[in-house]
Design a protein around this ligand. Structure first.
Ligand code: IPE
Ligand code: IPE
Ligand code: MG
Length: 251
């Protein structure tokens, strides 16, 4: 029986977030340069996006490039940006065929003009789709996002648009770049690193974290199914006791 059949389709996470890590090491282990790993990582993106769409997942957020990644060697940054532009251009027809709507979170101002143009085209060409929401985190970091949110909140308070006593947790959510998206319920990180690396710090407050040693270019649908099955076997308590949770499930 395939792993997919073990997934309870009625208890899927609405939102899965993935830190796609390990491209560089995957390539270096094969005696290749790091860009070779990023190129192969695109195959995994295709497979996982398709896997999520087939299952009926509503949101998939992929951490593709962090604010801190700008500090990598120039050849790697340039190679990644070129890969981004060609991949986005090539994938738009598939996104449309599968009814997938693209979103981008991150500091778009930092991206080269060619990447911004390709992304803006892809955003508008997929904007009417109603299936999976694919959120690409590009030039993204959570501290950048929180800083932006705080600045905007302060500006709106100063302009009299937002009374400070009315600021709630919902207000904060609205000022984040993930405004309107549900919080991720499952966060996957590949390649054996046990950290968050400045990803969705606010939104992951109650996410289930899943770490695997598999390098991103080797991550395929079965690996995704394993993570979802693991998620479905956990008890999410949100601060309550196990008994309270099981009593609610019975009612
Ligand atoms: C993830 O793989 C992709 C990006 C950060 C762009 P890495 O490039 O971080 O690969 P490792 O972690 O060095 O193996
Ligand atoms: C996190 O991976 C960012 C992305 C996957 C895009 P990194 O490889 O940059 O993270 P660290 O440096 O190991 O924490
Ligand atoms: Mg890494």
């Amino acid at each position: 029986m395939s792993l997919k059949n073990n997934i309870d389709l009625k208890r899927l996470p609405r939102h899965i977030a993935i830190i796609m890590d390990g491209n560089g090491r995957w390539a270096e282990e094969k005696g290749e340069n790091r860009l070779f790993g990023h190129l192969h990582g695109v195959e995994s993106v295709r497979s996982i996006v398709e896997g999520c769409a087939e299952l009926g997942i509503e949101y998939l957020t992929l951490y593709a490039f962090s604010t801190e990644n700008w500090d990598r060697p120039a050849y790697e940054v340039t190679g990644l940006m070129e890969l981004l532009v060609t991949t986005i251009r090539n994938e738009v027809p598939t996104l449309n065929k599968n009814n997938i709507k693209l979103h981008v979170i991150g500091d778009m101002k930092m991206l080269p003009e060619s990447a911004r143009r390709a992304l803006n085209e892809a955003l508008s060409e997929t904007s009417a789709n109603t299936g999976l929401n694919l959120v690409m985190a590009l030039s993204y970091s959570s501290r950048w996002e929180l800083l932006n949110a705080v600045k905007h909140i302060a500006e709106d308070v100063k302009a009299g648009l937002l009374p400070s006593e009315e600021i709630t947790q919902d207000t904060i959510q609205k000022y984040l770049s993930t405004s309107g998206f549900p919080d991720p319920e499952l966060m996957i990180r590949t390649s054996g690193e046990y950290r968050i690396s400045n990803f969705l710090l606010y939104q992951l407050a109650y996410a289930e974290l899943y770490f695997t040693n598999t390098r991103w270019p080797d991550f395929r649908k079965d690996n995704l199914y394993e993570a979802i099955i693991d998620f479905q076997n956990r008890e999410r308590r949100f601060g309550k006791t196990g008994k309270q949770v099981s009593d609610t499930l019975k009612t």
